[in-house]
Ligand binder design. Structure first.
Ligand code: CMC
Length: 380
């Protein structure tokens, strides 16, 4: 933890920066609610499409409203061929989060926004973004492997269609449902770094494509959405259950961070990690995973040694294992997070615009004053 003698609060920890009605978290009790609905209830009864409506509009839809929302999302899945061409020009070796960010920035040129206070067009831009992000990620993945991008299918759910566009195979219903729940679980999480980034950009009255581009950039870092990739890499590196205890002991002794553990808000196990672990366990019934066993042992050891500090698994700890078991390539884990979180980012963009004031925090200046300018030839 950085120490300071000033009024500065590093990382704005514990500083409320807005009033919000979107998401509630009680980090001591492990409670997470979207618009007042417990995450466990949504994971059991809802779908990503319904949850995105809930986040964007603030309430659950009626049946006709849900049908209209699903139709809208389905109709906006396709990409303009020039966006596909743009994706084709990106390096195969790049990170898919970069491709996603570039394609979303380009969308802002194809769909110019004239007035960010126009609720009707804002709703359309939001639908476009939620609908197209999976298509962009799947297209980049296909094209970098030398395959054709797959045209989305209108008869599949948001989750099933994403898996289909990646693999060219319609997923089994239970696999599609796991993907659906994983998306729903990642759809929103109050003022995390990427959501804050989206609200900061939104507060300048920038267009929603710029808002989402900022958020994607913030999500990418290993302390935020990038952690899920690192977790799977780390579990693979551990290699076996027997290696877990000695390796973690060394890491904890030398104060290294264990990816997928710890959270600014949760001081107990993240409720999403419980649900994702249950999904991983269910997938294990048909597909034994060595990584899952290593992960369970890792959790046991971290609990023994770090729970006094409030360090428990966060959402990223079991999500990567679930995706791995579904055959999703590791570098698509964070893009998957973005595909889900876009609904939350946009809900925050709407809320920010309702009572906007540009974010412009203050600082405590610690630099010099009134220095004399030495000509370059006389500088040491
Ligand atoms: N492994 C070991 N020790 C940890 C960890 C960890 N993963 N996380 C925090 N700590 C320790 C840290 O060393 C510090 O100890 P001490 O007080 O003795 O110096 C104490 O816990 C507090 O850490 P902090 O850095 O002040 O906590 P923070 O609230 O600023 O950071 C975090 C939160 C998520 C960045 C951090 O827990 C972390 O780096 N975790 C690993 C990365 C990760 O899994 N990120 C995903 C976060 S959840 C989903 C998302 O947002 O995308």
């Amino acid at each position: 933890m950085t120490t300071t003698t000033t009024n500065v609060v590093p990382g704005l920890s514990g500083v409320p920066v807005a009033e919000s009605k979107i998401c509630f978290i009680d980090g001591e009790r492990g409670v997470l609610e979207y618009r007042g609905f417990p995450i466990e209830v949504l994971a059991e009864k809802s779908t990503y499409e319904e949850t995105s409506f809930l986040l964007l509009k603030g309430r659950l839809p009626t049946r006709p409203e849900l049908e209209a929302h699903v139709t809208d999302l389905t109709h906006h899945r396709r990409l303009k061929y020039r966006i596909v061409d743009l994706i084709k020009c990106l390096p195969d070796s790049g990170h898919p989060m970069g491709a996603l960010q570039a394609a979303v920035a380009a969308m802002g040129m194809f769909y110019p926004v004239h007035d960010v206070h126009d609720a009707k067009t804002n709703a359309l831009h939001a639908i476009r973004l939620v609908a197209k992000l999976p298509t962009i990620v799947a297209a980049y993945h296909r094209l970098r492997n030398g395959d054709e991008a797959i045209v989305p299918r209108d008869d599949l759910s948001h989750a099933a269609n994403f898996v289909y566009m990646l693999t060219e195979k319609e997923p089994e219903p239970h696999v599609a449902r796991v993907m659906d729940v994983a998306l729903l679980l990642h759809a929103e999480h109050s003022f995390n770094a990427s959501t804050f980034a989206s609200r900061v950009t939104g507060s300048t009255l920038a267009d929603p494509y710029s808002v989402i581009t900022s958020a994607i950039g913030a999500l990418r870092g290993p302390l935020h959405g990038g952690a899920n990739e690192e977790v799977v890499g780390f579990l693979r590196e551990l290699g076996s259950v027997d290696n877990v205890r000695p390796r973690l002991a060394a890491m904890i002794r030398t104060k290294q961070r264990i990816m997928g553990f710890g959270h600014r808000i949760y001081k107990v196990k993240d409720p999403r990690a419980n649900i994702l672990q249950a999904l991983a366990r269910r997938l294990c019934e048909t597909h034994r995973s060595r990584l899952y066993d290593i992960a369970v042992e890792t959790e046991t050891v971290v609990r023994e040694q770090l729970s006094a500090k409030g360090i428990y698994p966060n959402v990223d700890f079991y999500s990567g294992i679930v995706y791995e078991m579904m055959g999703i390539p590791t570098d698509l884990f964070t893009p998957l997070f973005a595909i889900a979180r876009v609904s939350g980012w946009l809900a925050h963009w709407f809320e920010q615009l309702e009572a906007n004031r540009i974010f412009r925090p203050d600082q405590e200046y610690k630099g010099s004053h009134n220095l004399s300018y030495t000509p370059i030839e006389r500088r040491a």
